[in-house]
Design a binder for this molecule. Structure first.
Ligand code: TPP
Ligand code: DXP
Ligand code: MG
Length: 646
């Protein structure tokens, strides 16, 4: 357990739960107490250590009821996204380790197969649970075993196309599969789309459900009396009425037996319901209604804010316990620089529109949605759709800026290639959370975008070293008549003074940050700030390093690299992304093609060819050697090795 993780005391019943078998030993009447204690424990831990919050509070009863009614880990429980699985982790042998959640070397914030046999499927990205669960169910059928498979998916995650692909496939099979639709009527931000509206009508169908009972009773009576003609007529009317009025008709049409909506906070009723459902066969969808943040008043009142918490808070009032930063001293977040710049661009140019896939707060596109609701679109958790939708907008002369986290854009790669680049459409990919994302870990690191974007024909691929450059690159992208990708990281930018307005940057033009005779750093993106620090530290050693900021990996700045390779025999490239195919590769490929490599040693610093776990961004940068220490070390090693060889 990391050293700085204080211990927390669970309630008496929770303290006895070492595994779900202990939950199953409880009577159903004891479950409410277990839920109360579990909820308190989650609040206790997150109030000190931070993490995702509202979603786990909302599924406390569902989690307890599932582990009570199902025989986990033999029965397979698949969580979608997994940010709501804190209760599951705590109940499945990880209570004592839970204070290490999301910390460097500690538990993962998401279910992870290597962490526990109860984590049946690794998650972090949304909408995968139904497909994965169906795969497990099919494997079971093929192997002739009899375990049950349950997918738990939220209403937001259900807006993803992948979820529908899973439903479509599952509903056409006779495999036993339970999908629990945990409907709390919110995503990270307010949920959107027609499905959201549909679910709202189902949720409101409580009155109909009551009436329905009476209507079906009447039909049963009618069928039991009178002659055959009356019975047949009653049966036909009943079928017709059911088809027309049954809540969940959409899911029934997908081949699922729909049950619900049920109160997801009545743990006793829910546990009994699940016990009954476990005995049924075929694809079933159980629709539970829950409240995100349940039981913690501030989180219920502001569900967007309490989706996750990064700093400590008072566990009674919710008041932040973080040391306040004096006003005006906090550098802006990269995402806000983007969000503000986009509004300015949109004010200047009617063609500018914004697109996000369910991340208005995270990308700060929400600012434009608030100011220009007609020109900024949240399309739901639907990255592929977002990209193709943007492509469609671009065919009609609009200039879409697609703000998508680097990691989530992976899901839309075919749209990037087939729908945007191949048609040379002017879509701007604003790839937020590029580089290591931090506590969310490997599912969320934006590790691959430099490599995957570099490979795409027609694409301009850029990254700002500071926020002035981000603004200017966005402006440059707007002037460009083809696809353009720009990446920037999670967290705070430099805090530099920004000039008014924008300046176009010639496409493919990097810049020299400083001269130096002993070696050259060639950096790509905001990680270049570490090289600035490294240069200062090397100065103190009497090593004079030059520093070049590439800005573009495609097209790459041939003039700048001609200077680098013309003047230096020691070059270190630095990037916050995988080394394979990344900016360093681009530099070496250019030098090789240009015949400029001759005698020059190039060291490429970046993410290695393995998945990087979670921790703070700085811890992870240091781990892989792209923090200031690592850069200085690499420089000394390179120069030292040469000195030794001489
Ligand atoms: C592919 C993908 N896109 C976006 C996200 C970011 N994301 C994480 S949770 C979430 C909202 C999920 O909403 P819902 O399924 O309703 O769960 P809730 O938080 O309401 O419990 C989003 C958009 C993601 N994890 N994966
Ligand atoms: C679970 C999920 O995908 C999001 O909640 C994600 O953790 C948000 O990350 P940021 O905090 O970087 O917006
Ligand atoms: Mg939801």
């Amino acid at each position: 357990m990391p050293q700085d993780a204080p211990t927390h005391t669970p309630g008496p019943l929770l303290a006895q739960i070492e595994s779900p078998a202990d939950i199953r030993a409880l009577s159903v009447e004891q479950l409410p107490q277990l839920c109360d204690e579990l909820r308190d424990f989650i609040v206790d831990i997150v109030s000190v250590h931070g993490g995702h919050f509202g979603a786990s509070l909302g599924v406390v009863e569902l989690t307890v009821a599932l582990h009570w009614a199902y025989d986990t880990p033999s029965d397979q429980l698949v969580w979608d996204v997994g940010h709501q699985a804190y209760g599951h982790k705590i109940l499945t042998g990880r209570r004592e380790a839970f204070p290490t959640n999301r910390k460097y070397g500690g538990l993962s914030g998401f279910p992870k197969r290597s962490e526990s046999e109860y984590d049946t499927f690794g998650v972090g990205h949304a909408s995968t649970s139904i497909s994965a669960a169906l795969g497990m169910a099919k494997a079971r059928d093929l192997k002739g075993t009899d375990q049950k498979v349950v997918a738990v998916i939220g209403d937001g995650s259900m807006t993803g196309g992948l979820a529908f692909e899973g439903l479509n496939n599952a509903g056409a099979t006779d495999s036993d599969l339970l999908v629990v639709l945990n409907d709390n009527r919110i995503s990270i931000d307010p949920n959107v789309g027609a499905l959201h509206e549909y679910l709202a009508t189902l949720s409101a169908s409580g009155k109909w459900n009551a009436l329905k009972g009476e209507v079906w009773e009447l039909f049963d009576k009618l069928k039991g009396v009178g002659g055959g003609h009356l019975q047949r007529l009653a049966a036909r009317v009943e079928d017709g009425l059911k088809a027309a009025l049954t809540p969940g008709m959409l899911f029934e049409a997908f081949g699922f037996r729909y049950i619900g909506p049920v109160d997801g906070h009545d743990v006793v009723a829910l546990a009994r319901q699940l016990q009954r459902v476990r005995k049924l066969g075929g694809p079933i969808l159980l629709h539970t209604l829950t409240v995100k943040g349940k039981g913690f008043a501030p989180a219920e009142a502001d569900q967007v804010k309490w989706h996750a918490q990064s700093s400590p808070f008072d566990k009674l009032t919710g008041k932040s316990l973080a040391t306040p930063t004096p006003a005006g001293t906090k550098p802006p977040k990269w995402q806000d620089v983007f969000g503000d710049a986009l509004i300015e661009l949109a004010e200047q140019d009617d063609r500018v529109v914004g697109v996000t896939a369910a991340m208005p707060s995270g990308t700060s596109l929400g600012k434009m949605m608030a100011e220009m609701p007609d020109r900024a679109f949240d399309v739901g958790i639907a990255e592929m759709h977002a990209v193709v939708f943007a492509a469609g907008l671009a065919t009609q002369g609009m200039r879409p800026f697609c703000a998508i986290y680097s990691t989530f854009l992976q899901r839309a790669y075919d749209g990037v290639v087939h729908d945007v680049a191949l048609q040379d459409l002017p879509v701007v990919f604003c790839m937020d959370r590029a580089g290591v994302a931090g506590a969310d870990g490997p599912t969320h690191h934006g590790a691959l975008d430099v490599s995957y974007m570099r490979a795409v024909q027609n694409m301009v691929v850029a990254a700002p070293m500071d926020e002035q450059d981000l603004r200017d690159l966005l402006y440059t992208a707007l002037q460009h008549d083809g696809p353009f990708a720009v990446r920037y990281p999670r967290g705070a930018a430099t805090g530099m003074a920004l000039r008014d307005g924008f300046e176009a940057i010639p496409i493919g033009k990097g810049r020299k940050i400083r001269d130096g005779a002993d070696l050259a750093f060639v950096t790509y993106g905001s990680i270049g700030q570490y090289a600035v620090e490294a240069c200062e530290r090397l100065d103190a050693d009497g090593v004079r390093a030059a520093h070049y900021d590439l800005r573009f990996v495609k097209p790459i700045d041939a003039a700048l690299l001609t200077e680098v390779f013309g003047r230096h025999t020691h070059v270190i490239t630095v990037e916050d992304g995988v080394r394979d195919g990344g900016a360093g590769s681009a530099v070496v490929e250019w030098a090789s093609d240009a015949g400029a490599l001759d005698g020059t040693r190039v060291v490429r610093l970046g993410l290695p060819d393995r998945f990087i776990e979670h921790g703070s961004q700085r811890q992870l940068h240091d781990e892989v050697g792209i923090g200031p220490d690592g850069i200085v070390r690499a420089a000394r090693a390179l120069l030292g090795a040469e000195a030794e060889a001489a």
